[in-house]
Design a protein around this ligand. Structure first.
Ligand code: SAH
Ligand code: TMP
Length: 394
């Protein structure tokens, strides 16, 4: 056995399974969220894996366009791609509500998004999108219709798919020999450094390091030739990947990232055991903060009912005794309850210090954007509770 468990985040519900009022008191399915490290491939993954159909279906609540940060990041990347690679055809895996593909001409793009409730947003705008899971079969179907593509982009999606064999074989079928695959996902080293254990939940099957991704890609004749470090989602890596026969030069950034990871100990189990201890301490500290504030009768609400916060709330047993309600801009989450902890979620309204004392930042990954938006609340003396890099009030 190469896989060693290093983190136990207790019993958890499905992270994006926001409860309707009529189901609030029904028993929820829970599973034990454990995280393991493969000493052979260096891949970090969760242990219990659910079927894609259970997680990504026509009820999927997540919308990329809810954040200005994401919209801007996709826009900047699209400028870069157009300038650098001049693609005739670009395919996106996990195109969600079209936040990325909308930056390209309609006939230039192909979007793959299995959740038909979000896929239809792009389809209605006449983009060429498929409400299907990425697979060899789908890749062949598109290939026969459109030919090979110059660029494939996939953000925060490959880490959600169990069968990487299918993913990369399907990519190889449709990518031109000198084409570019761009993958963007939360970075393992940043997760470990910032103690963001909430990167682990049922949809995030993997949190990639460069070392692990390189090991996987090599089986499919794929090679990383450039890496960009991004602030997105609390620290992500954007990997630029080519086929073996591709002509792109391997840039220095690849070696820099690998060396940094080795220095940090990404390849050693002891690093993960230490992380696990820090997570336990983080839990204690966060609970202590809530207890102290509740003893002082402070009113606390949550901001951004993220899938990530499902892990924190359930792991730390934070429920309506601590947080009165969450605010979220996503209409599909509003008037529902957080999975497991059953905290009500309401439509976003600007924060007001007269009504609220403290705000637990579920969407900590959009801190800069949110602090800008809530300047008035902050100037009035309103405070936030955040769990990364350690639980504190800011
Ligand atoms: N790329 C967007 C959305 C990320 S959320 C962004 O970065 O903001 C993950 C998306 O991956 C969801 O929209 C989900 O439906 C999609 N997804 C999950 N499994 C998939 C699969 N097997 N094939 C294609 N897309 C998938
Ligand atoms: P994510 O961390 O999974 O991307 O989810 C972010 C959540 O936070 C999503 O439900 C939308 C919500 N949100 C707000 O409510 N207000 C905001 O200003 C931002 C940026 C996000």
């Amino acid at each position: 056995m190469n896989k060693i468990d290093f983190l136990d985040l207790g019993y958890q519900p499905l992270a994006n399974n926001y409860l309707k009022l009529k189901n609030k008191n029904k028993k929820e399915k829970k599973y034990r969220l454990k995280v393991c490290f493969d000493t052979y491939t260096k891949l970090v993954s969760i242990k219990k894996i659910f079927s894609s159909k259970l997680m990504f279906n026509n009820q999927y609540p997540y919308r990329s366009s809810m954040s200005k940060t994401m919209i801007k990041s996709f826009k900047n990347l699209s400028f870069f791609i157009k300038k650098k690679f001049k693609p005739k055809k670009i395919l996106e895996i996990g195109s969600n509500d079209g936040a990325f593909i909308k930056n390209f001409a309609k006939k230039q793009t192909i979007g793959i998004e299995p959740c038909s409730n979000v896929e239809k947003i792009t389809k209605q705008k006449k983009f060429n999108t498929y409400p299907e899971y990425w697979s060899k079969k789908l890749s062949k179907k598109i290939l026969n219709k459109n030919g090979k593509v110059d660029v494939i982009y996939s953000a925060n999606t490959i880490s959600h798919i169990k069968d990487l064999n299918e993913v990369f074989n399907a990519i190889n079928l449709i990518l031109k020999p000198n084409g570019v695959l761009i993958i963007e996902d939360p970075s393992l080293i940043e997760c470990l450094k910032r103690n963001t254990y909430d990167q682990f939940y049922n949809e995030h099957i993997y949190v990639f390091s460069t070392l692990a991704l390189e090991n996987i890609l090599k089986k499919y004749g794929l090679k990383i030739f450039r890496i960009e470090k991004l602030k997105i989602h609390g620290g992500s890596n954007r990997y630029f990947i080519k086929k073996k026969e591709g002509k792109k030069k391997i840039q220095k950034s690849v070696d820099i990232h690998k060396k940094e990871e080795v220095k940090f100990g990404i390849n050693k189990i002891i690093t993960y055991k230490k992380f696990s201890n820090r997570v336990k301490k983080s839990k204690k500290k966060l609970i202590e903060i809530f207890r102290t504030l509740k003893r002082q009768n402070k009113k606390i609400i949550g901001y951004g009912a993220t899938a990530k916060s499902t892990t924190i709330l359930n792991y730390c047993n934070i429920d309506t005794k601590c947080i009165n309600y969450f605010l979220d801009t996503t209409s599909d989450k509003q008037n529902k309850f957080t999975p497991g902890t059953k905290i009500p979620i309401y439509k976003y309204v600007k924060l007001n210090k007269k009504e609220i004392d403290y705000v637990f930042l579920g969407a900590w990954n959009f801190k800069t954007e949110i602090f800008k938006k809530e300047k008035k609340f902050i100037n009035q003396g309103g405070k936030f509770i955040i769990h990364t890099p350690y639980p504190k009030i800011i």
